[in-house]
Design a protein around this ligand. Structure first.
Ligand code: PMP
Length: 399
C-alpha cells in the first residue's frame, strides 16, 4: 500500500504505529507481508476503527496468544483446560471481580458471562423482569433498541415511552416519563449504528435495565440506579463470544414465570456463571482487557481519554466544510462518531486516502452509509490524529 498523503505529520503518526521490526522505509503493504510471515507475536498493524469486533490492547493479544500455547506455565493450552479446574475458576472470579470493581458496583451485585450475544440478552430481559400479565417500558434509540423491543413484544405488553425514530435516530429523547406501574424500563446507552449516546442515564423507581454493549467501561456510570447492565464483549471488553450481565439479584425472581434454567439469570448467578460450560477463552481475554483498563487508571481515566479523542475528531468534522456530523451535537457518541461527506461524489478519493494511511473499518453501518469512526478504549489518540490529518489533507486538496 503506497502512502498517498504527503503530510509529514501523518507520515510520522503512521510510522509510529508500524509493527516492530519492520525495516525503515518499507511500504505498509510490505510491512504487512513481513508481518504475516513472522511466526512471533506482532503488534498493531493498522488504525482500527471497526465497530465491533474491534481493536483491543496489543498486550492483551500477546498475553492471550501465550495462554493458547501454555497457560501460566501449566504445560496446557487454556483451550484444553476444564472450566472446573482451579486456574479457570480463578480466571472467572477475577473477571467477575474486575467488572464490579471497575464499574463501582454494590457488593451484593452479581456478574455472569454467558454465550448468545447481547441479542440473547434482548430475550432474557423480559423473561427475567416482566411479570405474568405485566408490562415493560422501552426507549427506542436505534436498531439495537428496536430489536430489544421486538423481543419484549413476544413476551407481553410493551410500551415504547420514548423514541427518536422520527428523525432516523439522530438524537436521544429527553424528558420522557417512565410509568410507575411498568415492571422495568430498558434503554440502550450508546447507539452503535447511528452514533448517539445518553449523557445522563434515565432514572426510575422501577428496575432500570441498560444495554451497554458499545460503551461499557468507557465512562463512569452509577450502577446503584441500574437493576441490570448487559453488554456483548466485543467492543470495550474482549472478543465476540461472551456477554456480561451485572445485576442486582434482589430484583430477580419476581415475575411468576417458569423459566428454562438457561434463561434464568438468578440460576446463572447462583451457579457462579458455571451452570453450563462458559466461553472460557472469551472470558479470559475479557479479564486481560479489564486488567489493562485498571492498570491504565480505570474507567474514570478511560473516560477522559475517550472524551479527548471524541473532541479531536468532532472538532475536525465541524471545522471542515466538506464534512458533516449526522447526529444532534449534544447527543454525539464518544464511541461511534458518524459523519458524511456533503458531496458523496468525493467518497472514492477520500476512501483511497484513509486506506493509504493504514486506517481500517471507517465506512458507516450498511443500513446508513457515510462514515463511522469507532473509538473504543484501546484506540489511541494518535490513531485519531491520523484520521484528522487525513481529513485535513483531503480538505486542502478538495476544498
Ligand atoms: N446492542 C448493541 C448496542 C450493539 O451494538 C450490538 C451489536 N453491535 C448488540 C446489542 C448485539 O450484540 P450481539 O451481536 O452480541 O448479539
Amino acid at each position: 500500500m503506497r502512502m498517498l498523503s504527503t503530510s509529514p505529520r501523518l507520515e510520522a503518526c503512521v510510522n509510529k504505529l508500524r509493527p516492530n521490526g519492520i525495516p525503515e522505509g518499507s511500504t505498509f503493504a510490505a510491512s504487512k507481508r513481513t508481518h504475516a510471515a513472522m511466526s512471533t507475536i506482532t503488534s498493531t498493524k493498522v488504525h482500527n476503527y471497526s465497530a465491533g469486533p474491534c481493536i483491543l490492547p496489543q498486550e492483551v493479544f500477546q498475553k492471550a496468544s501465550q495462554a493458547v500455547l501454555d497457560f501460566e506455565g501449566s504445560g496446557l493450552s487454556i483451550l484444553e483446560m476444564s472450566h472446573r479446574s482451579k486456574p479457570i475458576e480463578g480466571v472467572m472470579s477475577k473477571a467477575q471481580a474486575l467488572v464490579k470493581e471497575l464499574l463501582g458496583a454494590p457488593e451484593h451485585y452479581q456478574v455472569v458471562f454467558l454465550g448468545g450475544g447481547a441479542s440473547l440478552g434482548f430475550h432474557m430481559v423480559p423473561q427475567n423482569y416482566l411479570k405474568q400479565g405485566g408490562k415493560s417500558a422501552y426507549a427506542n434509540t436505534g436498531e439495537w433498541a428496536t430489536r430489544a423491543i421486538q423481543e419484549a413484544k413476544l413476551a407481553g405488553e410493551t410500551l415504547v415511552v420514548a423514541s427518536s425514530e422520527d428523525k432516523n435516530f439522530n438524537y436521544i429523547p429527553k424528558g420522557f416519563e417512565i410509568p410507575s406501574d411498568a415492571d422495568y424500563f430498558h434503554f440502550t446507552s450508546n447507539n452503535t449504528i447511528f452514533g448517539t449516546q445518553y449523557k445522563a442515564f434515565p432514572k426510575s423507581a422501577v428496575p432500570v435495565v441498560c444495554d451497554m454493549s458499545s460503551d461499557i467501561f468507557s465512562k463512569v456510570v452509577n450502577v446503584d440506579n441500574l437493576a441490570l447492565i448487559y453488554a456483548g464483549a466485543q467492543k470495550n471488553m474482549g472478543p465476540a463470544g461472551t456477554t456480561v450481565y451485572l445485576f442486582d439479584p434482589e430484583k430477580l425472581g419476581h415475575t411468576g414465570r417458569k423459566l428454562s434454567p438457561m434463561l434464568d439469570l438468578k440460576n446463572h448467578g447462583a451457579k457462579d456463571s458455571m451452570y453450563n460450560t462458559p466461553p472460557v477463552f472469551a472470558i479470559y481475554v475479557s479479564m486481560l482487557t479489564l486488567e489493562w483498563i485498571k492498570a491504565n487508571g480505570g474507567v474514570a481515566e478511560a473516560e477522559q481519554r475517550n472524551n479527548a479523542k471524541a473532541k479531536l475528531l468532532y472538532n475536525a468534522i465541524d471545522a471542515l466544510p466538506l464534512f458533516e456530523g449526522t447526529t444532534a451535537v449534544e447527543d454525539r457518541s464518544a464511541m461511534n462518531a458518524t459523519f458524511i461527506l456533503k458531496d458523496a461524489a468525493l467518497e472514492p478519493a477520500f476512501n483511497a486516502l484513509w486506506k493509504a494511511a493504514g486506517i481500517n473499518g471507517l465506512p458507516g453501518h450498511r443500513s446508513v452509509g457515510g462514515y463511522r469512526a469507532s473509538m473504543y478504549n484501546a484506540l489511541s489518540i494518535e490513531s485519531v490524529q491520523v484520521l484528522v490529518d487525513v481529513m485535513n489533507d483531503f480538505s486542502n486538496k478538495n476544498g
